[in-house]
Each structure stands twice: as C-alpha cells, then as structure tokens.
Design a protein around this ligand. Structure first.
Ligand SMILES: Cc1ncc(COP(=O)(O)O)c(C=O)c1O
Length: 280
C-alpha cells in the first residue's frame, strides 16, 4: 500500500496509521458526504464550486460543515504536490456514536478525512472507450455526493466485467449519467446533456464544458436524451474531475459514428486543457 500522508481529524498521518472507530456512522451506515477536487501543478481546480457542492450535499443530509473554506484550504494544501496532477478526496461522516441506531445521535463530532492520489486524464486522441447501458437502480437523491455508493459500485462492476470503462445509466428509457460521470451526446451537431435534477450529480466538469461551449459558440442544450437517440448519436462523452472527457466509441454492441473520438470531442478536449492551464 502506498504509505502517503493523509489527513484525519486534525492530524497528518501515514495512510496505514490513519484509523477510525468501527462505530463510525460512515462505516456502519455510509452516513457521509464526499468531494473529489482535481489539483493541477499544486492548484486546486474550481475549489469554490466544489465547496459549494459540498455545502449542498451536507445540508441535504442535515450535517453542518465542520470547516469554513479557509480552514478547508489550510487542511488540503499540505496534500498538494506542485509536480503532479492529483485528485483530492475529502470525506465527512456524521461521526462515531455509542450505539448503532439509525436516528441521528446527539452531540456527535463529524469524522473528517482527506487524501490525495495522482491522476492521468484520458488523452488518447486516436482511441476511445466502451460503455454499457444498464438500468439506473439508484435512489432519489443522486444530486447528493453521498459516500453510500453501493448501487454505483454494482453498476460500474457490470460494465467492467463486459470490458467497458463505464456504465451508462438509463431510467424510463432516458439516460441520466454514468456510474461516476456525467453524459454528453452530439446529436445533429448539437451538444446535449441532461438537465440538472435529483437524478444526476451536478458535475463540476459538466459545468465547465457548458461554459466552454458557450464561450466558443459551440451549439449546446440541456435536454433529456433517450437511449435510442444516444445509440445513433454522432459522439458520446462521459465527464468527471478525475477522467476529464472520455469519448465513448462503442455503446453495448453499437459502434458510435466511425468508432473514433469525434471532431467536437477533439475541439472540446483542447479547449478544456487550455481552460485548465488558464486557471493555474
Ligand atoms: C455519479 C456521478 N456523476 C457525475 C460525476 C462527475 O462530477 P465531477 O465532474 O464534479 O467530477 C461524478 C464524479 O465522480 C459522479 O460520481
């Protein structure tokens, strides 16, 4: 195991010395919230937007953010490496209770954990990835970045076992998002992504792509996409902070367009890389 330094409840420790109680509600119930913030050359990308989503997730589960933004910056900065592209994972659980009871315990201190990992975004302009469509079996609070990820894990695993990079989730004939990513399709030359709702996580990468599309006159719309329409799309992309923009060239048994990353992906990926550099 990589014995990197991690943060746990006010201390920086080697990973193998960071321990929590088995009575932690994160362990017993998955009662917690997390965030993943990319860091490029030691600079946190869109820190404010990630903190805002963290606040929204925490208030949805009625947990008070134990730290303000300045404190979060202070906590995360020692985990950053100026020579690397990293993802910074942070997690807050409701804390350690005396007994296992579903109802919230009184006077409990949240558990706060953070660690960094290196990332290497998808950047192979000649080949894309495969995806598998599966029924979206998740709950009604997909806008909350909760640590309770059992459904997402099972859905991703189905995709991996079929040699696919990601599962594309389908509810009532319409695609919602990936198991750990948002979805975009190019249909009739227009870039389309499903609108924000309780059915999807409001991805920060998704917002950046829409901002770049707006600034560069790339036609786009936030609209529902049926699975049938997706299968005949000119391009499909999946987006996330750690994998950036993955072009999907095969969905189930269908080859998408000519089976190569499309021209709008090529343009968007270049614009996205330039956008990242401009924010350092
Ligand atoms: C379910 C889900 N949707 C979308 C995303 C993409 O969000 P972001 O771009 O903020 O990483 C993620 C990220 O992990 C996710 O887990």
């Amino acid at each position: 195991m990589d014995n990197k330094i991690v943060y746990l409840n006010g201390q920086y420790l080697p990973l193998n010395e960071a321990k929590i109680s088995v009575m932690d509600r994160g362990f017993l119930f998955g009662d917690g919230i997390y965030e993943v913030i990319p860091s490029y050359s030691g600079h946190l990308f869109h820190f404010e937007q990630h903190m805002e989503r963290l606040d929204n997730s925490l208030s949805s589960i009625r947990l008070t953010n134990p730290h303000d933004r300045a404190q979060w910056l202070e906590i995360l900065t020692p985990l950053l490496d100026a020579n690397l592209d990293q993802s910074i994972y942070l997690q807050i659980t409701r804390g350690v209770a005396d007994k296992r009871d579903h109802a919230f315990p009184q006077n409990i201190t949240p558990t706060v954990f953070a660690m960094s990992s290196t990332i290497s975004p998808f950047n192979d302009v000649d080949s894309g990835a495969k995806a598998l469509s599966v029924d979206d079996s998740r709950w009604e609070l997909c806008n909350v970045k909760a640590t309770t990820l059992l459904a997402n894990i099972l859905l991703r695993q189905q995709a991996v076992e079929k040699g696919c990079a990601e599962a594309i989730l389908v509810k009532d004939g319409y695609v919602t998002e990936g198991a750990a990513s948002n979805i975009f399709a190019v249909i009739d030359g227009i870039l389309i992504t499903p609108p924000k709702s309780h059915e999807i996580l409001p991805g920060i990468t998704r917002d950046v792509i829409l901002e770049i599309a707006e600034e560069n006159n790339i036609p786009y719309s936030e609209d529902i996409i049926s699975l049938d329409a997706l299968k005949t799309a000119g391009e499909i992309w999946l987006t996330s902070s750690t994998r950036e923009i993955i072009p999907i060239v095969q969905l189930d048994n269908e080859i998408i367009a000519n089976g190569k990353p499309g021209p709008i992906w090529q343009t968007m990926n270049q614009l996205f890389q330039a956008y990242k550099k401009s924010r350092l």
